[in-house]
Unconditional design. Structure first.
Length: 309
């Protein structure tokens, strides 16, 4: 199978968004529904889908880059040396069950190519054909993609699939459900269902790799005096202490409160950026500020004035 990077036409350092964009363009171009009867487009679509399944999953992509799996997602077997064959008994060919006298038979060749292309022949001579893979889209909310969930998907033919969304799933990632695509022909195996996940935006959270970012509103007194506040996280509300004399824009970290650990990746962090909210000032605050003479007057726009912006 071709290198998935070459199949999608992206570089090895391509971002997740680059891979997602390349896959969508190629999938739309070669989708069988848009190319009825075009075998080449169908094969190209399968190759593009398989490449995206590897590269859209950070764990699988890392395994492929390290040579732990091949382009089809299978674990790499140790490569046999040519000496394993060269040192065999002179004048014999190697078939599936070891050395054999003579060459390959016609049935050997049929079986070999049948297994390579997931096809074979029945007793009546009809070729078994693997069913076509089908691409579907499933929309899920931000927290379900981060924490993991099971979502129900109804297919056009009325079948219902329960799709398990792993923790840490990214927008555009494709999940494969084996045997849930089109039925095979003449006893061939069924195709797969390829589920492209679309993650809706969250009102407050933004994802940054394994980390979560949040703009946290705090009152004037909380910013000046500090103290504990409740902070929402993908895993639930936690208590965090605001340092005394915190300016707006101060970034605080909650370790391990980002995307949960999954697939060998450690849990991310949550970063809360403080936004000071005055609310509606009352008469007492206004009177205090009119009479207040700070010991060290602040000059918040000094940098702008100095640089002439």
């Amino acid at each position: 199978m071709d290198d998935p990077y070459k199949t999608l036409g992206v570089s090895r350092d391509a971002s997740h968004e680059d891979i997602r964009r390349a896959y969508r363009n190629l999938a739309k171009q070669h989708h069988p529904d848009l190319n009825p009867g075009n075998v080449q487009a169908e094969e190209r679509f399968k190759a593009v889908s398989a490449a995206n399944e590897v590269l859209s999953d950070p764990e699988k992509r890392g395994q492929f880059d390290r040579g732990e799996i091949d382009a089809a997602g299978r674990e790499q077997a140790p490569q046999s040396s040519y000496r394993d064959y060269a040192e065999g008994e002179h004048g014999r060919r190697y078939g599936r069950d070891g050395p054999q006298s003579g060459g390959w038979s016609a049935s050997d060749i049929d079986d070999m190519f049948g297994s390579m292309f997931n096809e074979g022949r029945r007793a009546d001579g009809k070729a078994r054909r693997h069913g076509q893979d089908e691409l579907y889209a499933l929309t899920t909310d931000f927290l379900d993609a981060v924490n993991g969930a099971t979502k129900r998907l109804t297919l056009p033919d009325g079948r219902v699939l329960d799709v398990k969304i792993p923790p840490g799933t990214l927008d555009g990632q494709v999940l494969r459900l084996r045997g849930q695509g089109n039925g095979g022909a003449n006893g061939g195996s069924d195709g797969d269902a390829l589920i492209e996940i679309h993650v809706t935006a969250h009102r407050y959270f933004k994802r940054d790799g394994q980390d979560i970012r949040l703009e946290l509103p705090v009152s004037l007194s909380e910013a000046v005096l500090g103290g504990p506040v409740d902070v929402p996280t993908p895993g639930g509300t936690v208590r965090m202490r605001i340092p005394v004399h915190s300016d707006g824009g101060t970034e605080l970290r909650l370790r391990g409160r980002g995307v949960p650990a999954h697939g060998g990746q450690a849990a991310g962090n949550l970063y809360a950026t403080l936004r000071v909210v005055l609310g509606t000032p009352d008469a007492a605050l206004e009177a205090f500020l009119r009479d207040w003479k700070p010991e060290h007057p602040a000059t918040p726009r000094q940098a702008l004035e100095t640089e002439g912006v």
